[in-house]
Unconditional design. Structure first.
Lengths: 267, 331
């Protein structure tokens, strides 16, 4: 049986958005998407897609589905995984799927979508999304789908019904074996995701994503009640203004910086 | 468990001692208990050898300590810790469950919340009780570009406390409490993700997390050779070398050097950032430093927004003179 992989991917505000373009609406408790900076596929999710494609490189009959949920999608952005080499893109698009402070809403919808996709051997997710950095959806998803789970992979290989996962530790690494079906989260240490090839981009252009609503995956929107409520959103107070040390030239500034740190008793 | 009472802390061990993060969580739990009119604080700890940790838990603020000692907990597999925490929550039936956002907590707490049918407030910098006795947390979002305040609507509310956000209580050996073995059957079948190999690469010299001085470099250093003067500077100041994620992703240094949201969180007295632009992802790992000093060619770089002192200049010229002058001062 060919291996079946689902990778979850989230469309997020580009985390490289300059601080000057980052705006919030403190009354509506919303982050305002910067008009000048297009959204991106969450970076860790791209690395999860890369991990899936590496497995597909080794076993070409592997089927890779990329799954996302949201209220609306920038289609050129969300089609990138297809251009990279994924077989299928499934989007659950529904006005109810606002970016909830409670990740369990996303868990229920993703789990329902994965069940609808049928038998899946491996679910790969980015370790966290760069907006709220919750790192919760993958673990909740594993619980809801009854999958064994391990996190922060820098390498994922599949053989004989087992996933062999190289995990990143703060001071080293470990190898974890986990029987399929399983869920694995992927970290940036996996390496840069591949760039779409021209051929990939052309092929992606011809593939239409499958678009489902919340009802299509068998859920009632009214059942998606969040357990957390956002009650405040503010920009952080900026710290004390930086004192710039100047000198006749850069070297002189370096010397004066040393004297300044001594004066401030920091060294 | 609609009518929970008290606060349960999911504890961690450092060897066979109670971990500092757990003493912090107990301190937070005691504050919450005070706001709830003195509801009890319980603690669950699990390991192969608990040593004196249960008693340390009482000294650090727990009224009841649930213990699990089992060989299954060798290496603290998250699968087993999830089972222990879930069982402890069933037994203690708490209003709030507090854990720590550590390597283990990140794997365990979301699953515990999910099993309890409730939501997890992640990465909390502060925890308080509102007028309706809801747990309310503040936490950084968008890599620290914004601060969100979230209220937990369900019972038990589960929260992951960001390490070093709360001062632990001074251990009080005169505090009294109860130590109980948790009623749970653990066997190896609970562990689905099995560790078959582990490679430790202990950092040379001072650990980044413990260092009083951290000298970090970013993409602006141009390559791994740029880190040589940083190593000299770190050894001169008795500190450790750190790096931005871009540096580790490029393979200039191993990922164990990475400071940031997905790397290490450092809290030195002095953080010297060289050639680091200061993306929020990075600042999340170093903004608790007492003082940040930045050297970067771009005076508009984000790093200067959080720095106390800065030089806007070419690090290749600034740094050697800075190091020479420090040598002279420190002789």
């Amino acid at each position: 049986m060919p291996l079946r992989i689902v990778v979850t991917a989230k469309q997020v505000i580009d985390p490289e958005t300059p601080a000057s373009a980052f705006r919030i609406d403190p009354q509506a408790l919303q982050v305002l998407p910067p008009a000048s900076v297009p959204p991106v596929v969450n970076g860790f999710d791209e690395q999860a897609i890369e991990a899936a494609l590496q497995i597909k490189d080794a076993a070409p009959d592997t089927h890779v589905t990329v799954l996302s949920i949201g209220t609306s999608f920038a289609m050129d952005v969300m089609k990138k995984p297809l251009a990279m080499g994924a077989d299928e893109l499934v989007l659950v698009q529904d006005d109810a799927l606002v970016n909830s402070p409670d990740p369990s809403v996303a868990v229920h919808v993703l789990a329902a979508a994965i069940r609808k996709l049928g038998d899946v051997d491996l679910v790969l997710c980015g370790r966290q999304a760069s907006d709220w950095d919750n790192a919760q959806v993958p673990l909740g998803l594993a619980e809801e789908l009854g999958l064994a789970v391990t996190t922060i992979a820098k390498e994922v290989a599949v053989e004989n019904g087992l996933a062999r996962v190289e995990r990143v530790l703060p001071d080293g690494s470990e190898t974890v074996e986990i029987a399929l079906p399983a869920l694995v989260t992927v970290s940036n240490e996996l390496g840069q995701a591949r760039y779409p090839t021209l051929r990939g981009i052309m092929a992606a252009g011809r593939k239409a994503p499958t678009i489902w609503s919340v009802a299509d995956v068998g859920l009632d929107v009214s059942s998606l009640t969040p357990g957390l409520e956002l009650v405040g959103l503010a920009l952080p107070e900026s710290g004390a203004a930086c004192e710039f040390i100047e000198g006749e030239d850069d070297a002189d500034a370096g010397r004066k910086l040393a004297l300044k740190l001594r004066e401030a008793k920091l060294v | 468990m609609a009518d929970g009472q008290g606060i349960l802390v999911i504890g961690e061990l450092a060897g066979s001692e109670l971990a500092l993060v757990t003493r912090e969580a107990l301190s937070a739990a005691r504050s919450l208990s005070g706001a709830l009119g003195g509801e009890p604080v319980s603690l669950v700890i699990a390991g192969t050898d608990l040593g004196d940790a249960p008693q340390q838990g009482i000294s650090a603020g727990a009224d009841t300590v649930y213990t699990v000692a089992s060989p299954v907990l060798e290496g603290t597999p998250p699968d087993a810790v999830v089972a222990v925490a879930e069982r402890a929550a069933q037994v203690a039936s708490p209003r709030y469950v507090i854990g720590s956002k550590t390597l283990l907590g990140r794997d365990v707490l979301p699953r515990v919340a999910f099993r309890l049918g409730t939501a997890l407030a992640q990465d909390c910098a502060t925890l308080e009780v509102d007028s309706q006795q809801r747990l309310v947390a503040t936490r950084p979002v968008y890599g620290g570009s914004a601060i969100a305040k979230v209220a937990c609507l369900q019972t038990p509310a589960v929260a992951a406390l960001r390490p070093k956000s709360v001062e632990p209580l001074e251990p009080d050996a005169s505090r009294t409490g109860e130590i109980k073995a948790l009623d749970i059957q653990l066997d190896d079948s609970v562990v689905k993700a099995k560790v078959v190999d582990r490679t430790e690469r202990p950092s040379e010299g001072i650990r980044l997390e413990d260092a009083k001085v951290v000298v970090s470099g970013g993409r602006g250093l141009g390559g791994p050779e740029g880190f040589e003067p940083l190593k000299d500077l770190a050894s001169l100041l008795g500190g450790a070398v750190g790096a931005s994620r871009a540096v580790c992703d490029a393979g200039w240094l191993p990922s164990s050097y990475q400071v940031g949201l997905t790397g290490k969180t450092v809290t030195p007295d002095l953080y010297i950032a060289v050639g680091i632009s200061g993306a929020s992802q990075h600042m999340a790992g170093c903004s608790s430093a007492r003082a940040i000093v930045a050297i970067n060619k771009d005076a508009g770089a984000n790093i200067f927004k959080e720095a106390r002192f800065g030089v806007a200049g070419d690090w290749q010229k600034v740094l050697p003179a800075f190091i020479d002058q420090l040598h002279e001062l420190l002789q």
